[in-house]
Design a protein around this ligand. Structure first.
Ligand SMILES: Cc1cc2nc3c(=O)[nH]c(=O)nc-3n(C[C@H](O)[C@H](O)[C@H](O)COP(=O)(O)OP(=O)(O)OC[C@H]3O[C@@H](n4cnc5c(N)ncnc54)[C@H](O)[C@@H]3O)c2cc1C
Length: 586
């Protein structure tokens, strides 16, 4: 483990909703140590010098080139970061590995190949492998000699992964499982050597297997996709593939534990890649807006272009606040468990499932916003394949679909809260509503962060009230009320986003002073103001759908911000700062 996490407070999963934090208790991007940055620098140089120059070959699906580059990545230690030292890895913390992920995002196609290998392909063996399985597979995955893929989805089962039809039957001599079925949309499917495959033993016990390429393991054709032209995506046919019984990963009938824990880690890692991609795209948009002249001026001077650039920067800043705070919390929790016991580590990570789902949804939608507005900044050239905006737009779209669609993750957020921490912490509704009705409205007149602090308190209260109200109305049947749950999910996510952003900025101020941090303060205030409006609207829609309690709507209105801040002037300042610098700065 690398140093860094031990100085921060261990925060329990989902506790952000029920407890308040001080800035010094959370991890921020600014806390990433020199040591933690080391491999990211290597990754950045590797992408610039080795990968980007071969983009055309990668996009033309020249898989030997992708394999060769993965081998080069391993020579630079980029494939071994999450693998324990005794199996040829570096066993580094999640912050270090996510920081590498951020650099790889400069080319999402290659990022998908490398990310699928190191995360969903390799981590199942890291966390669930027996010592023999780990010793056999991890050293070869660390060197890139073998490339891994993760095979959960099937033609008939995507979100409903446990409805898989692939079957595993024990051979008469009891030495092999015979796997039959089809997997779908497998990243690295065209060239991987090792597959983590989910199939049902005797048709009902959902189980995970390590499957090597060989007889009966057949890749389908490359899918013709909207984006990620340079990543391999194929079906995988299992035609009576013989898999030794010792290749069962985890326990028979416990494949769901492997599948869902790995998806959770995938969501976490996706966060830094999404925001990394958003920052690369924003930088292109800034450069273009400075170069492109219309009506005798650079388009960066127009208010409506400033608005876009500023909003893109805000999403990058907030996204980083969410992502690095969560990574820091997880590293901190991992510092407190036995590093040699993978199950303890998984349990420590699993408690942050709500945060991981928030990160997945929030950062993928931030990236979508950024790539979309970048196309708009480029105008007609944004629609041209000769300019980078078009590819970025196509490549980003998948991030709202895989690692659990955003719909599924939106359901997970309140459902997990209501099953776990929220259930024990739900407020007494009547008491809370009476207390809220006695309060005065928020004063937004001051320019400081005090405004954001006050809004945050109200947003968190709105989130707790919304959760409690859904529970009071629907109880155990809440899971059937998806529209209401999604409204709650978005309110909860805004609470986490506003708090993480505010704490990041307060920490910056404490360390570097106000003079140097005017723009982070601006970004925090604008995000908070807009988030408060979104939260108020969601709360209003929720109230309209709920029967009780009396005065719920009035309490939500009391918690809503009454007087908006001047976001026009504030966004202009943000845009001017990044335009002058020629790039996103934080
Ligand atoms: C480029 C690419 C790479 C991929 N890589 C991999 C990989 O490496 N390994 C792998 O196993 N899979 C992979 N996938 C598959 C991906 O994870 C699935 O596509 C995803 O989980 C959604 O499943 P589906 O496509 O069957 O959609 P469906 O599950 O059919 O969903 C269709 C729509 O219905 C919604 N929906 C479904 N169920 C619910 C519900 N209960 N409530 C509300 N809405 C619902 C979904 O949100 C979605 O909008 C990849 C897919 C792509 C496109």
């Amino acid at each position: 483990m690398t140093a860094g996490a031990e100085s921060f407070k261990v925060a329990k999963g989902s506790s952000f909703l029920f407890e308040d934090r001080r800035p010094d208790e959370i991890f921020t991007r600014e806390d990433i140590s020199e040591e933690q940055q080391m491999f990211a620098r290597v990754a950045e140089e590797f992408m610039q010098k080795e990968v980007l120059p071969r983009a055309e070959q990668i996009y033309s699906k020249d898989w030997p080139v992708t394999r060769e580059l993965l081998l080069k990545a391993s020579e630079l230690d980029l494939l071994r970061i999450d693998i324990p030292e005794q199996y040829g890895g570096l066993g580094l913390d999640k912050v270090s590995s996510a920081y590498v992920g951020e650099q790889i995002a400069v080319m999402p196609s290659f990022g998908a190949s490398l990310g699928a290998h190191t995360t969903i392909g390799t981590l199942p063996i890291v966390y669930f492998g027996t010592p023999e399985q780990r010793a056999k597979y991890l050293p070869k995955l660390a060197t890139g000699e073998w490339i891994a893929a993760y095979c959960l989805t099937e033609p008939g089962s995507g979100s409903d992964a446990l409805a898989a039809k692939a079957k595993a039957t024990l051979s008469p001599d009891g030495r092999h499982y015979i796997l039959k079925g089809q997997k779908m949309w497998i990243t690295n499917g065209g060239f991987a050597d090792v597959f983590i495959v989910f199939a049902k033993v005797d048709g009902d016990k959902f189980t995970s297997f390590i499957v090597e390429r060989g007889p009966g393991v057949v890749s389908g054709n490359e899918e013709k996709k909207l984006g990620l032209d340079g990543s391999s995506t194929t079906a995988l046919m299992l035609e009576d593939a013989r898999v030794p019984v010792e290749n069962v990963l985890g326990e028979v009938g416990k494949g769901h534990v492997v599948a869902f824990n790995i998806l959770n880690l995938g969501r976490l890692k996706l966060g830094s890649r999404n925001i990394g991609g958003a920052k690369f795209t924003l930088n292109n948009a800034i450069s273009y807006a400075k170069e492109r002249h219309q009506f005798g001026r650079a388009i960066a001077n127009f208010g409506l272009i400033k608005r876009k650039l500023a909003e893109m920067a805000i999403r990058c800043y907030v996204g980083d606040a969410l992502v690095w705070r969560t990574l820091g919390m997880i590293d901190c929790a991992l510092e407190n468990v036995d590093a040699h016991d993978p199950m303890q580590a998984l349990k420590a990570i699993e408690q942050y499932a709500v945060e991981c789902s928030i990160i997945k949804v929030w950062t993928s939608e931030a990236l979508s916003y950024v790539v979309d507005e970048t196309v708009q900044v480029y105008g007609g050239y944004g629609y041209s394949k000769d300019y980078p905006a078009e590819r970025a737009y196509r490549d980003a779209r998948i991030t709202r679909i895989y690692e659990g669609t955003n719909e599924i993750n939106r359901i997970i957020i309140p459902t997990r809260l209501l099953k776990g921490p929220a259930k024990d912490n739900l407020p007494d509704m009547e008491e809370l509503i009476n207390d809220i009705m006695d309060r005065t409205e928020i004063d937004s007149s001051d320019e400081s962060l005090l405004y954001a602090r006050r809004v945050l308190a109200n947003v968190k209260e709105t989130a707790r009230l919304a959760l409690a109200a859904v529970w009071q109305n629907y109880g155990e049947k809440s899971s059937e009320e998806q529209e209401a749950l999604a409204l709650v999910a978005d309110i909860v996510s805004e609470a986490f986003a506003v708090e993480s952003t505010l704490l990041r900025t307060e920490k910056l101020l404490a360390n570097r002073g106000e003079r140097d941090n005017k723009i982070p303060i601006d970004m925090t205030r604008v995000y908070t103001s807009d988030a408060a409006d979104r939260v108020a609207l969601n709360a209003r829609n929720l109230t309209a759908a709920l029967q009780k309690p009396k005065n719920l709507g009035a309490a939500f209105e009391r918690l809503a911000v009454q007087r908006p801040i001047n976001t026009i002037v504030t966004r202009r300042r943000i845009a001017d700062a990044i335009t002058e610098a020629g790039r996103y700065l934080w």
